[in-house]
Design a protein around this ligand. Structure first.
Ligand SMILES: *Cc1c(COP(=O)(O)O)cnc(C)c1O
Length: 415
């Protein structure tokens, strides 16, 4: 800690400020979490110095014996965690992992079918500004006005499109994803089924969400969202042929040297995920999100799909005279960080939107439970009920900073 302070006071001070921001604000962005100091220590370890292009025991550099052991441990723990046969822990991010899946399994110009970005899908599921929408012919399915995927509709679309790959998984979908139904759809049209569990992986590995195995041919995830590990990606499969293609697509296809320090941190994160406490954490994440949805509904807010099965709640303001952007800003002033989000039946632009997405993983990692979530949900409703009242926002912020400070993130920061 003092090395940084002594050598680079500017970055040190920004780390201090960021810790203060994370401590004093209520972090409710559904894709964020707080990782363990042990994970951060591994990320800051000597492995950042090591080149290890290739895979364990098949490297292009010497001196990889410890890197081999680290990567093998990460792979073995991930296999146990998700109950699958083959894992690649090298993707630098979730998007890189998804890029490798397409590169491994289809050709440029082939058809992919994924969930519409504005309905909760991810950029890398075929959205036009992303490589996935530029390099492939992309088609979309979405949710109905009730906020849910209608699997019969997805099948109808798949029959017309005849995609090579069907992508399932989302960034802003509060309901359980039925991988078995997606498997049936993929089988009917002869498509590869690709499940992206970036958001829900921490619930899946705890048995708190249906697993994509044995249904999906290939599965990707991030390691930093509900999994609460270091920032990064991962690819899993039970098919040896797919596994070989994925490995070549990651290296030498898309990436160079793996981030061995991050792979070490992924292994530490998986140890956390394999512990008995993790199951309790995942259960609590869901309980807390449920309380959030219930209170907001009771307070007259339109929760998309009428509730949640996972770690997030999507709130629609289509029936209100303010936007998602207005709500995001007002809640920010009150010390609550969320993000604006498009909702089913959206009438505003993606920069304004008519909704917000609120998640429970980060505050649950700080130790908050139903009582705190009930209180916070009521504060959210108080802010939204009187959205232009900046005095009220300032007052609520004071109360929430006091609450936040009772739930320590790091006893000993490791930056
Ligand atoms: C977050 C997310 C990703 C991308 O992860 P990055 O690490 O930000 O590249 C991919 N897919 C889904 C569904 C996500 O939610």
């Amino acid at each position: 800690m003092s090395f940084l302070k002594e050598f680079d006071s500017e970055i040190y001070e920004l780390c201090e400020k960021e810790l203060e921001r994370q401590t004093n604000h209520l972090e409710m962005i559904a894709s964020e979490n707080f990782t363990l100091p042990a994970v951060m220590e591994a990320m800051g370890s000597v492995f950042t110095n090591k080149y290890a292009e290739g895979y364990p025991n098949k490297r292009y550099y010497g001196g990889c014996e410890n890197a081999d052991a680290v990567e093998q441990l990460a792979i073995d723990r991930a296999k146990k965690l998700f109950n699958c046969e083959y894992v690649n822990v090298q993707p630098h991010s979730g998007s890189q992992a998804n890029g490798a899946v397409y590169a491994a399994l289809i050709k440029a110009g082939d058809k992919i079918l994924g969930m519409d970005l504005s309905h909760g899908g991810h950029l890398t599921h075929g959205s036009k500004p992303s490589f996935s929408g530029k390099n492939y012919q992309s088609f979309t399915y979405g949710v109905e006005l009730d906020g849910r995927i209608n699997y019969d509709r997805v099948l109808d679309i798949a029959k017309i499109v005849q995609p090579k790959i069907i992508v399932c998984g989302a960034s802003a979908y509060a309901r359980e994803i039925d991988f078995k139904k997606f498997r049936e759809i993929a089988d009917e049209v002869g498509a590869i089924l690709f499940a992206d569990i970036a958001h829900i992986a921490g619930l899946v590995c705890a048995g708190e969400h249906m697993s994509p195995f044995p249904y999906a041919d290939v599965v990707t995830t991030t390691t930093h969202k509900t999994l609460a590990g270091p920032r990064g990606g991962m690819i899993m499969t039970n098919d040896e042929d797919i596994a070989k293609k994925i490995n070549s697509a990651i290296f030498p296809g898309l990436q160079g040297g793996p981030l061995v320090h991050v792979i070490a941190a992924k292994a530490v994160g998986f140890k956390h995920n394999l512990s008995p406490e993790w199951k309790e954490y995942a259960k609590q994440v869901k309980k807390n999100a449920k309380v959030l949805a219930e209170v907001l509904i009771k307070r007259g807010y339109n929760v998309v799909s009428g509730g949640t099965d996972n770690h997030l709640v999507l709130v629609s303001f289509l029936d209100k005279d303010f936007s998602g952007k207005d709500a995001d800003e007002a809640l920010g002033n009150a010390g609550i960080t969320v993000n604006k989000n498009t909702v089913p039946g959206e009438t505003r632009s993606p920069f304004v939107t008519s909704g917000i997405r609120i998640g429970s993983p980060a505050l649950t990692s700080r130790g908050m439970k139903e009582a705190e979530f009930e209180l916070i949900a009521n504060k959210i409703a108080d802010v939204l009920d009187d959205i232009n009242n900046t005095q009220l926002q300032a007052k609520i912020k004071e109360e929430l900073v006091a609450l936040a400070q009772k739930f320590v993130i790091y006893n000993q920061p490791t930056y």
